[in-house]
Design a protein around this ligand. Structure first.
Ligand code: NAP
Length: 275
């Protein structure tokens, strides 16, 4: 990343004035010096977001329950010339969220970009769904995002700059049979996003959501092939999404280029739902 910036500088300095302003724009859209915290960074979409933010120059705090996997992702980032640290976090408990926020703030000094990505499914038809499966999904996907935002947002307020990016789902917009718990949690994240956007706008903090469609990760790997084929048939771009599609959107929303966007839900779904 740093090498790329230097190459751009050399090209720009030998070029026209127009290019000089282009360089300053690029520098403004980079995340060098920013501190990001990504939950669920041990695999899938969260890992890809962490790698992309690190590639944009941010120092990334990687958080999830599987510390060994996080350390492997951190090592990957460091080997590529970036900066990352692994932190143990269970977003389903307030105690763990508070402890993690405290240690990240103590060790990295601040959190300026928060990606609330950790999420789980416990699918089942409503008539058979256990209360525990409803509660677990709400607590992890929605309450966890609320509590972690609450725990780190003062740090953004102090710097009068911040980005909160909540990973919701197309299912939060459309609903899905067999996913009442998951859809409710993801729809809740959209309401949370809009409310936080209104509360913190005056502090220079934007709050947005990304609503992925069907992304090929561990979360979707085990779905029956017939079900996957049925989803594919509903995607105008005629392919499943991958984690890089979501990471690119997260890096954009974190950048200064997205500074006038807040309270928005960005659909990254190949056209399967057009809100
Ligand atoms: P994934 O591969 O299953 O990854 C989920 C991540 O969340 C893992 O890193 C997991 O890490 C973490 N996590 C789960 N429970 C946690 C907890 N209690 N505390 C902390 N971390 C926890 O799924 P994914 O596809 O990358 O999904 C990432 C996000 O995108 C989720 O919010 C999901 O709902 C959303 N999404 C996915 C799709 C899709 O098609 N894949 C579509 C729409 C939205 P540990 O197990 O190490 O804790």
């Amino acid at each position: 990343m740093h090498r790329e910036v230097r190459v751009s500088e050399q090209n720009t300095n030998s070029g026209a004035e127009q290019n000089v302003s282009g360089l300053s724009e690029r520098k403004n859209s980079g995340l060098a010096g920013k501190i990001a915290l990504v939950t669920g960074a041990s695999q899938g979409i969260g890992r890809a977001c962490a790698l992309e933010l690190a590639r944009s120059g941010a120092t990334v705090a990687l958080a999830a329950r599987s510390l060994a996997k996080l350390e492997a992702v951190a090592a990957e980032i460091v080997a590529a010339g970036g900066q990352a640290r692994a932190f143990s976090l269970d977003v389903s408990t307030e105690e763990s969220i508070k402890a993690c926020a405290k240690i990240v703030l103590a060790e990295l000094g601040k959190v300026e970009i928060l990606v609330n990505n950790a999420g789980v499914t416990r699918d089942g038809l409503t008539l058979r769904m256990k209360l525990a499966d409803f509660d677990d999904v709400l607590r992890t996907n929605l309450t966890g995002a609320f509590l972690l935002t609450q725990a780190v947002i003062s740090s953004m307020m102090k710097g009068r700059w911040g980005r909160v990016i909540n990973i919701t789902s197309v299912v939060g917009e459309t609903g899905a049979a067999g996913q009442a718990n998951y859809a409710a949690s993801k729809a809740g994240l959209i309401g949370l996003t809009k409310s936080l956007a209104r509360e913190f706008a005056s502090r220079g903090i934007t709050v947005n959501a990304i609503a992925p469609g069907f992304i090929q990760t561990a979360m979707t790997n085990d779905l029956p092939e017939a079900h996957k084929a049925g989803i594919l048939a509903q995607i105008p771009l005629a392919r499943y999404g991958n984690e890089h599609d979501i990471a690119a959107a997260a890096a954009f929303l974190a950048s200064d280029a997205a500074g006038y966007i807040t309270g928005h839900t960005l659909d990254v779904n190949g056209g399967m739902y057009m809100g």
